[in-house]
Structures are given as structure tokens and as C-alpha cells.
Design a protein around this ligand. Sequence first.
Ligand code: GAP
Length: 456
Amino acid sequence: MNDTPSTNASASAPVESKELTAFADLVSLCKRRGFIFPSSEIYGGIGSCWDYGPLGVELKLNLKEAWWREMTNRDDVEGVDASILMHPRVWEASGHVEGFVDPLIDCKNCKSRFRADKLDPEFLKKNQCPECEKFGTLTEPRQFNLMFKTHMGPLEDSSALVYLRPETAQGIFVNFENVQQTARQKVPFGIAQIGKAFRNEITPGNFIFRTREFEQMEMQFFVKPGTDMEWFEKWKQMRVDWHYGIGLRAKKLRFHQHGPGELAHYAKAAFDVEYEFPIGWQEIEGIHNRSDFDLRRHQEFSSKKLEYFDEAAKEKYLPYVIETSVGCDRVLLATLCDAYRLEGERTVLKLHPKLAPYKVAVFPLMKKPELLEMTDKVYADVKKHYRATYDESGTIGKRYRRQDEIGTPFCVTIDYDGVPNNTVTIRERDGMTQERISADKLVSYIHDKMANWKPV
Ligand code: GAP
């Protein structure tokens, strides 16, 4: 890597590019550079809760923006932002009160907790605890409801019981008619929402992979019965294309079809989009054909007719629903894992530029007044268009490395050669090439490069 900018396009000698093999390296980078911190850290943290720091919050916003634009730039998808606390009958209708349970097993000796369905059957057969390895200490599985409960108002009795929503989807179903009528939509159309969901997971962990509080980006697409499988296939393809579009590499993505034993209580068909994390292939998004299960149940439990009148066909029906449901935190983790590389002395996040917290870093070669005047102007110009950062401390090589580690795709240096003719050196993160260009062309140069970016 060059420490001083050159005037010609040039690339460093190729070095081995190593991918992420364990979450620990990423956790450390995220903490060190201000992406993600353990929640309530000064009190010793709290089970699997995490806080997004200055760079993490930018990355997350960019991800949500990419999803929201993809969904709502369509004429047939509207947005909502429903309340987290809902009428408790919602969760009876949805089946969550009765069925949103995991089988919980305790070890009476070391007090570890396990999900019976995730435990190696060998341990179950031998009644051996996988943690303390003692025999005969595992309890019988008991059904544990994953919904967090709280009380609305000052009375803490059962009449005041409410739940923190375990999925955002129900806020969409109960607003089906409101949205359809106010937005004057005709079936087929969809409703999109981004919001927090809460699950009292028995075994959270693996950094932000499985947490008790997380964000979902869900879209329910209401269709005429009989056209559901056709829409299901379309959304399956559109969703995996979106994952490619945010830079996830094709070799790290695959579909997993749910077999009859895996299908959720509401699902007629389901596919997961899986990503290959350092812990193996795991779900990042679920695509479900939910049939008319939800609208039928809400119609029954609320006694409110939710049928749609199809003017063209002159018939009434309960629409079927194709659901796409992606965990924001989980896909954010996938983007970080996918982008992480160790290349010689540098750690680099090869994030898609549209996700990168900063698009541009601006440096004066040295802290000299003759350079600072032009640097200030370039920085101010760039900031009008892109989230940018400024750094004047340390060698240029060190400054490049700082930006590589947080995924900044472009570094712009103002040097002595550039001041007289208003040129700057721009260095790209992935190939480490450097080019001298006119400062007036900087914004359009970055725009073109971002539009044509491809994962390495
Ligand atoms: N409305 C359907 C639904 O909620 P799900 O498969 O339970 O389906 C959808 O969840 C997505 O939400 C998952 O693919 C995952 O990305 C994310 N998710 C679910 N539980 C999570 C948890 N405990 N922590 C982080 N993300 C989670």
C-alpha cells in the first residue's frame, strides 16, 4: 500500500484475502470502531442485548432505507408503522398465545437451559447435560411461551395483560382494511413495515444473530386465492435478488424449503433465504404463503368482516397473503460477515457503498494552511451529497487503514500538486487504486463508481 498518493492509477501487489472465520473478530471490530456495543455495558451487560453505536446506526439506517425503497417504490405496496402494544385478542387470533412456544429443558445441576428441539438427540437419549456433562440432570421438556408480557395501566392483573409484539406482521393484518381503503389499493397489493419485535428466546446468542429484541422488515402481499403460488414464486425471486443487490455474494446465499414438519401453523408453503455465517447456514429471511389464515382468524375473533370486494370479478373473498420477513439485525450481521476481509496488514469491510456508514473520507496530506483551505472546500462540497468524514491525523497509510476497517469506499487526499490545478487524489477501498481527478468532478465520479460497484 502506498503511503503517499500517486498521480497515476495504480494497484498494490495482490495479497491473500482471508474471510471471517469466527464471530469473535467481528465482535471486536464492531466494539472497537463504534458499530455495536453490549447493552448496559457499565453494569456488566444484559443477556443478548446490543446497542448500535455511531457507525452501526448509520449502517442499519442504510439497510432499512435499501429495503424500504425497494418495497415502497412499487405502486402496489404501501407502508405502515403500527404500535408495538396491541389488543391482547390479536395474539389469541394469530395463534401466538397458544402456539408460540419452544420446548424448554433445564439442567438441575448447572442450571443451563436448552431448547429440546435443538439439543443433540444423543444427550436427550442418555439424559446427559451437554454443558456440565452430568447424567440424569435434565428435566422433562416444558412448553415455554416466547412472548414478553407486561401490564397496561396501574393494575397488574390479568385484565391488564398486554404483550410486546413478537412479530410486526399482525400490525399489518389488523390494518388491512384501513390501508386498502385509504390508499384506494386493489388486490393484489402489499403493506410494508419496519419495526421492533420481542421474543423471550431460550437460547439467544451468536452476537446479534439471535436476540430478544430485534427489528423486522416485513411485507404482506394480499392476493386473490388461486394466484398465491404464482406470487409466492415471484416474491421468492425478488427477495433473493434484493440480497444480491445489497452486495451479499451469491455463493453465500441459498434457499431452504420447509418440509411438512417444519411449516409454521399459518403456512401453506415456506422458503427461507439462508446465509452461510461462520456458524454455518442460517435463516436470514422467511418467505411464507400464509393462505387466508390471518385475515380469517382476525375476522372470527374481532367479528369484523375483512372480505375484499373484487369489482372486476364482482366477487367477495378473503385474500391470501404472501409474506416476506427479514430480520434487520440478522441481515446486517450477514453484510458485516460478507464484507469482512483480512488482507496483509489491513482489515477491510468491503461493504456495498450504499450501505457504508461513510461514503467518503477527506484528508489534507499535511496539516498546513496551504492545503487546509482547499480541503475544507472539498469536504464541504462532498458533504452536500454524501455522508463523509474528515481525518488529518497520522500518515496517509494509517488514515486509509482506519477507513478500510469501517468500510469507507473512497478516500480523497488534497496534496501540494493538487492545489494549483484544483485536483485531488481519490483512492478506492477494494482495489486500493489511486487516481488524480479534478475536484469539480469528484461528486459525479463517486456517483458513477457507486452505481457500478460489484462485490469482489
Ligand atoms: N412474521 C413471520 C416471522 O416473524 P420468523 O421466521 O419468525 O417469521 C422472520 O422471523 C425473521 O426475523 C427471521 O428470518 C430472522 O431474520 C428474524 N428473527 C427472528 N427471530 C429473531 C431473533 N430472536 N433475533 C434476531 N432476528 C430474529
